[in-house]
Design a protein around this ligand. Structure first.
Ligand code: PEP
Length: 259
């Protein structure tokens, strides 16, 4: 992979608000982000609020280039699935992206690789861009099994949907031990996995964006974004603070301009 090929991948910063916010809190956070990001063009920014606030975010960000995504979706198209939200409903709301396979859902909601693959299919059928998250546990990493875990999680989706579908998808490497823990992967640790993931994608790998997620902060963003195979960030905690989030978006914008 050379610099020329990575230059075609636009940096992407995605904020995952998780189960945080209220109409009032969101209004000021969204306004601060919208005003702070005005005029920037190179990198792309996506905010993923909880379901009840998606319409609010779409509305409040309408005058900006910032896009809105969801944090999950149903693996089914429609029907008797009480409490679920379908891909077409998200598309109706003007959502553009959806996070799939976040480790909090894999662990707490026991989402399987098969369900993750079905969600990926539903998302693309409705015209949404899936952000597929993969990542190893601390135990896997300590045993040197991290690449094997990543490979298993990717293969489960590749086999069900076909590799070519990843040209319209985003991947995120989110080591479980780094998400929400304040512990960030070192540049070497992150780059090793990102490179491995890109190789797993074969020919289309050069075009697919792979984000890093796991306690990303303004102070480490620039260093991570400068790496050859890191194309942006998926952020939890840092996306709830407008200044921190905007500083990371600016780092992505800067990297975009220089690489
Ligand atoms: C996430 O939830 O995807 C995430 C990366 O969280 P945090 O940045 O808080 O580790």
């Amino acid at each position: 992979m050379n610099k020329a090929s990575s230059a075609k991948r636009r940096q992407l910063v995605v904020g995952n608000w998780k189960m945080n916010g209220s109409f009032q809190e969101n209004a000021s956070l969204l306004d601060a982000i919208r005003l702070g990001w005005q005029g920037e063009q190179a990198a792309e920014v996506v905010i993923c609020p909880p379901f009840p606030y998606i319409a609010q975010a779409v509305d409040r960000l309408a005058a900006s280039t910032i896009m809105v995504g969801a944090q999950t979706l149903s693996e089914f198209e429609k029907g008797a699935y009480t409490g679920e939200v379908s891909a077409s409903m998200l598309a109706d709301l003007n959502c553009k992206f959806v996070i799939i396979g976040h480790n909090e859902r894999r662990r707490m909601q026991r989402e399987s690789d098969q369900q993750v693959a079905e969600k990926f299919i539903q998302a693309q059928r409705a015209g949404l861009i899936p952000i597929l998250c993969v990542g190893e546990s601390l135990d896997d990493r300590n045993k040197g099994l991290h690449l094997q875990t990543i490979s298993n999680q990717l293969q489960a989706v590749f086999e069900r949907v076909g590799l070519e579908k990843f040209t319209d998808a985003v991947l995120a490497y989110e080591p479980v031990w780094a998400v929400g823990t304040g512990k960030t992967a070192t540049p070497d640790e992150a780059e090793e996995v990102h490179r491995f993931m890109r190789v797993q994608l074969g020919e289309i790998g050069k075009r697919v964006r792979i984000l890093y997620g796991g306690s990303g902060k303004a102070h480490n963003a620039q260093q991570l974004f400068a790496l050859e195979d890191i194309d942006g960030a998926l952020l939890g905690g840092a996306s709830l603070d407008a200044d921190e989030f905007l500083a990371i978006c600016a780092a992505a914008e800067h990297t975009e301009a220089t690489r």
